[in-house]
Design a protein around this ligand. Structure first.
Ligand code: PBG
Length: 365
């Protein structure tokens, strides 16, 4: 019973004031007897007790970042024995397929269970309809086959979207400055099928066209790919945090922005609508992207669905930590762990992160 309840029990007695300067909240002498007894009986709350030693802190820890949570995004390009650094993503590279295999093997040895592949497509192969995206001998299908041969147990997630293949740098076919929805979805279906044929475990539509999850699910099922899953970029926001990724793939839009298909940064309820639609259409895992500036969205979606929730710790989030660390302004390792743990605390079950290998190493020591 607290002071307020006590005073309602005895309405005639004047309410006792608590002196804020008195840290023990001792009641003054004007306090009614019943309230005084309650106050004396009150135990001291000492939450610090559970923080006393590292062993104790570990025991009561609510969320633990594990290597199993991580998905490692990787950039692949044509050529041999070559890797190119991405200037705005220090420590990240575009790999030719042979070197990519080494990187995948290393990641798997570190305990990372899944990679997400993104291609750098030569300009000559780009067109408005993203035709190269469904070439069965294209870079991604070749990469998937090679990875599945070299490291059969690692899960391979392929990106379904037109932007790396689009001469316009958009995620859909452009006509008169507009992005065509249904015509684009028809291409995405073909892209997903080609990726499934190559051996992808999950296809991951990141394009934000309406109805694409259902269309891809139907197309996969019709071709017998019932065990290929869909990791849906359900709540993908129109975000300035994607800048470094677009440098990596040379995929920035040639005109305008992506606001007519990617979500408005100010909306959270709409994210739930997108998630509901993707689940109804057959998504197996739903994703929020970016992660750090959208932790509230991750949290709401986790409470809303029983599906696993993924968060994409995107290129701009990576670049900010790297840049500050290079200046000596922050402790890189600690900030990485704190940032990724915040995503788990928000409700993410899986985190796509360019830090995946670094984190796997940190978690080992
Ligand atoms: C495009 C795609 C983007 C990212 C993943 N897939 C960029 C975009 O939508 O322009 C961004 C990932 C990152 O920034 O790390 N389909």
């Amino acid at each position: 019973m607290n002071l307020t309840e006590a005073s309602t029990l005895e309405p005639q007695t004047p309410l006792t004031e608590i002196d804020p300067a008195d840290s023990g909240h001792q009641a003054k002498s004007t306090m009614p007897a019943i309230a005084k007894r309650c106050c004396e009986a009150q135990i001291a709350h000492r939450p610090r007790l559970l923080r006393r030693t590292e062993t104790l802190r570990r025991m009561v820890r609510e969320h633990i970042l594990q290597v199993e949570d991580l998905i490692y995004p990787l950039f692949v390009m044509e050529g041999e024995k070559h890797q190119e650094s991405v200037p705005s993503m220090p420590g990240c590279y575009r790999y030719t397929l042979d070197l990519l295999l080494d990187e995948v093997k290393q990641a798997y040895k570190l305990g990372i269970g899944a990679i997400a592949l993104f291609p750098l497509i030569p300009h000559a192969q780009k067109d408005n309809a993203g035709t190269e995206s469904y070439n069965p001998d294209g870079l991604i299908p070749r990469a998937v086959r090679a990875i599945k041969q070299a490291v059969p147990d690692i899960l391979v997630i392929t990106d379904v979207a037109l932007d790396p293949y689009s001469s316009e740098g958009h995620d859909g076919i452009v006509q008169d400055g507009k992005i065509l929805n249904d015509e684009t979805v028809a291409v995405l279906e073909k892209q997903a099928i080609v990726q499934a044929e190559a051996g992808a475990d999950f296809v991951a539509p990141s394009d934000m066209m309406d109805g694409r999850v259902g269309a891809i699910r139907r197309a996969l099922d019709a071709e017998g790919w019932i065990n290929v899953g869909i990791l849906a970029y359900s709540a993908k926001y129109s975000s300035a945090y994607y800048g470094p990724f677009r440098d990596a793939l040379d995929s920035a839009p040639k005109f305008g922005d992506k606001k007519t298909y990617q979500m408005d940064a100010a909306n959270a309820i709409e994210a739930i609508k997108e998630v509901d639609l993707d689940i109804a259409e057959g998504a197996d895992i739903v994703m929020v992207k970016p992660a750090l500036a959208y932790l509230d969205v991750i949290c709401q979606i986790k409470q809303h669905t029983n599906l696993p929730v993924a968060a994409y710790n995107v290129s701009g989030e990576y670049a900010m930590i790297k840049a500050a660390a290079q200046q000596g302004w922050i402790d890189e390792k600690k900030v990485i762990l704190e940032t990724l743990t915040s995503m788990k605390r928000a409700g993410a079950n899986l985190i796509l992160t360019y830090f995946a290998k670094d984190v796997a190493l940190m978690l080992q020591s």
